[in-house]
Design a protein around this ligand. Sequence first.
Ligand code: FAD
Length: 461
Amino acid sequence: MKTISEPAKELVVRKETDVLVIGGGPSGIMAALAAAEDGLNVMLIESRSFVGGNMTIGLPILGFLGQKGNQIIKGLPQKLIDRLKAVQASSEHRPCPLHMSLTLVEPEAVKTVALEMLTESKVDVLFYAFCAGVVMEKDELKGVIIESKAGREVVLAKTIIDCSGDADVAYRSGVPCEYGNENGGVQPPTLMFCLGGVDTEKLRTSVAEEPRTYLTDFIPAEYFGQNNQFVLVGMRNLIKKAQDDGLDLNVERTILITGLRKGEVWVNMTRVNGVNGTDPGSLTYGEIEGRRQITDIQKYLIDYVPGFENAYFLKTAPFLGIRETRRIQGLYTMTREDIMTCNHFDDAIAVASYPLDIHHPNGGGCTLEWCGDCYDIPFRSLIPQKVKNLLVAGRCISTTHEAMSAIRVMAPCMAMGEAAGRAAKMAISQGIQPADIDVKKLQQELLEKGAYLRIGKEELV
Ligand SMILES: Cc1cc2nc3c(=O)[nH]c(=O)nc-3n(C[C@H](O)[C@H](O)[C@H](O)COP(=O)(O)OP(=O)(O)OC[C@H]3O[C@@H](n4cnc5c(N)ncnc54)[C@H](O)[C@@H]3O)c2cc1C
């Protein structure tokens, strides 16, 4: 590979802060809000022009309810939902036999409301800046290098929380990372798009009344008779028929999400295998190919699926949705067994219940496996090996490829963010490393602030 040397140069230190959060997705928003609660200086750097991450691409938030139907994510994530509800921009947590629960949110309102919450909390939000490098002193992370229209600048911080989804900070600072399954295969990305003019009443009553024609995966037909907001997964037979008729569809399942606005449906059906979400060339290919696939998917829906007869194209999501890239190696790596045996951990900082849900890296299939209840996410999975002053939250914490497919949904990512923000605050106030905080005290604070754990306050004294 041809290389050139970049001359060394002095960089301007744009800011020195207490806590620095990189990435303003579900985990980053919560990390910044939690860290800012007691008046520490908190900065959040986001490369796009809005916060929300994948919460803005038309997806329902999964994971608020567990497999037994009880609410297992509370605390700050619930506060965001309450604020969204106040402007009619979120549904209830609706039970779903396949996903356990759906919480439908309006993407544009997520951008506005989450930003309001951050500014109210005095978080210093910086958009249009990409974290491109790190400032290290031996094994201590001292800050990050950002790239923007203003050039390369430095932000120094006492504790940094990597909520980039791709472990960008951890990777650049030398934390060992893994990528994909044993063959390096990752779950494929999807360019979400939204159709208007859909008769969702016709869609759901057709499924409820003609279940043999409109076969759904895991979700019984009666569910659609009783619910007017839903995620529909299945209709494999219709896809097969459309493929036989010549449509170019490279998925096996129809996946449709009702929007909060009447007649809107978000479509989760483009699929671009082989994209590396950490490489711009590969991401560009994903955007081109995902956009190309929309034409035939739209034709399929209009010609084969009831309720779409008068549907029209409204918009694509603001970016290609990346399911999986790097995962850090932390002090504990969550495994498939932890999920399937509903494992308890003494250092639990969140409880999750979403099933293993692997969109296969090759082909158009998916594996789903439920454990029957909940499992804990341990604090050690948020602490990277080898690098100090750093916490990680969201989909890139320390897990295997399989375990990541379960913990990646947005409600647990938010809960991890809250825990990381509170942990950073504790570490700074005591002048110690995040890895050395008293986890019982963190658990106590989480419970006091309304989070859900499978231990009571009385067990922590
Ligand atoms: C197609 C698809 C469908 C999915 N379906 C669902 C679903 O139905 N429900 C559900 O709950 N979950 C779903 N998920 C999973 C879920 O959306 C993600 O796993 C979750 O959003 C991860 O949250 P996060 O905070 O870790 O990262 P993200 O949501 O990815 O947020 C990361 C943020 O960091 C920013 N960023 C990244 N790198 C940098 C950098 N170097 N510098 C500055 N900023 C940076 C990004 O711009 C982004 O805003 C789906 C994912 C995809 C892709």
